[in-house]
Design a protein around this ligand. Structure first.
Ligand code: ATP
Ligand code: LTN
Length: 338
């Protein structure tokens, strides 16, 4: 087992438990991750250390971290085939994060667009963690000697910085870290908000965002209210520049049913948006029904969840420990006697 795992490339990603998972996270990320388990040695974690860079309600953070794990599993991430864990359970993340802070430049961190965005949004809490967030993310990745990091466009800059940090460290101390690459899945839609189809679906706009745990009634309501277009044509046609709302609904419908855009255009020929929007809602309700039911079942089974995250942290720690020990030696720390 160890040998086959060693020969597989390592894939790693994290999502902050700062909100509930939505259709964008599912179709754009987690659903695709589930298909990678055979080919790669996969690690996925709840980035709770990262999430406290923005003030969180403690009870909510705890609930969402467990709910997110349950939803990962319900989306198809089999805990026997993937290493699923909670970031704060593997203390090596915080330790390597500190070390890498000392190999990340003030100027580099100052240029991160996510830092600038978050400063603008949280003007009353621009803390040190927000600034050094990318060094901790580099630690997450480098601890596991990851080959690939599946992330969205917004995280590419952080991945680039991770590569720079790895190369810098390797140049000073000799080969220590694998230099990772961002991984852009072959399939994977970018889902836009239902109320504002020109910006991505995001939990910060709850009206235009379909959460995996939303009830069927809630989902139907959100799709009925989805913005289509101001044209009077009311024709289901794929034209993203002219009709971004309709194009987004078509992408969603295509992702959940597997139908091509041509098939969808044919199916709704002469029927108009009045029939199209509820049909997309219905298809999403049916696609998410097993995910929601399974997530709810798992969330209620606290003993099972605990077993999954315990096993995940143990497996992750074993790998993380090896890298951290090597790093401590390289930088010149005295070996721990126990
Ligand atoms: P926020 O709502 O604050 O922008 P988020 O919900 O996008 O955050 P992230 O933690 O940034 O959550 O994203 C987790 C993963 O889901 C990333 O891989 C990201 O690329 C993917 N993702 C997020 N939103 C979408 C979307 N609308 N369409 C496709 N993929 C998405
Ligand atoms: N910053 C990422 C979450 C994240 C991550 C990681 C992703 C934290 N550590 C390591 C990939 C690899 C985000 O906000 N989506």
């Amino acid at each position: 087992m160890e040998n086959t795992e060693l020969s597989k490339k390592v894939m790693l990603s994290g999502i902050q438990p700062s909100g509930d998972l939505h259709l964008g996270n599912y179709l754009g990320a987690v659903k695709n991750w589930a298909t990678l388990a055979e080919e790669f040695d996969c690690y996925y974690f709840m980035a709770d250390l990262h999430s406290i860079t923005v003030r969180q309600n403690p009870a909510e953070l705890r609930r969402r971290s467990l709910a997110q794990l349950a939803q990962y599993i319900a989306c198809g991430l089999d805990p026997e085939k993937n290493t699923l864990f909670i970031q704060s359970h593997v203390h090596e993340h915080a330790e390597l994060g500190w070390i890498l802070n000392c190999y990340t430049m003030f100027g580099e961190l100052s240029r991160m667009t996510q830092f600038k965005d978050k400063c603008a949004k949280n003007a009353d809490n621009i803390n040190g963690g927000l600034f050094t967030y990318p060094s901790l993310m580099a630690a997450d990745i480098l601890l596991y000697q990851a080959d690939y990091v599946p992330v969205g466009e917004d995280q590419k800059q952080h991945c680039e910085l991770t590569r720079d940090i790895a190369v810098r460290f390797n140049n000073i101390y000799g080969e220590t870290f694998k230099v990772p690459e961002p991984y852009i899945p072959k399939v994977g839609a970018r889902i836009m908000g239902l109320m504002n189809p020109t910006s991505k679906m995001s939990k910060s706009d709850p009206q235009g965002c379909v959460f995996l745990l939303d009830s069927p009634e809630e989902i139907a309501r959100k799709f009925k209210r989805a913005v289509t277009d101001s044209d009077t044509e009311s024709c289901v046609r794929y034209a993203p520049a002219e009709k971004p709302g309709v194009a987004n609904l078509m992408s969603i419908y295509s992702s959940v049913t597997g139908k091509s855009f041509e098939e969808i255009e044919k199916e709704f020929q002469g029927k108009g948006y009045g029939a199209f929007k509820p049909a997309v809602g219905e298809a999403v309700i049916e696609a998410l029904r097993p995910v929601r039911e399974e997530a709810q079942r798992i969330m209620a089974d606290k003993a099972y969840l605990q077993q999954v995250y315990t096993q995940g942290a143990q497996k992750a720690s074993a790998v993380a420990r090896r890298t951290l020990r090597k790093v401590y030696k390289r930088v010149g720390f005295v070996e721990k006697p126990f």
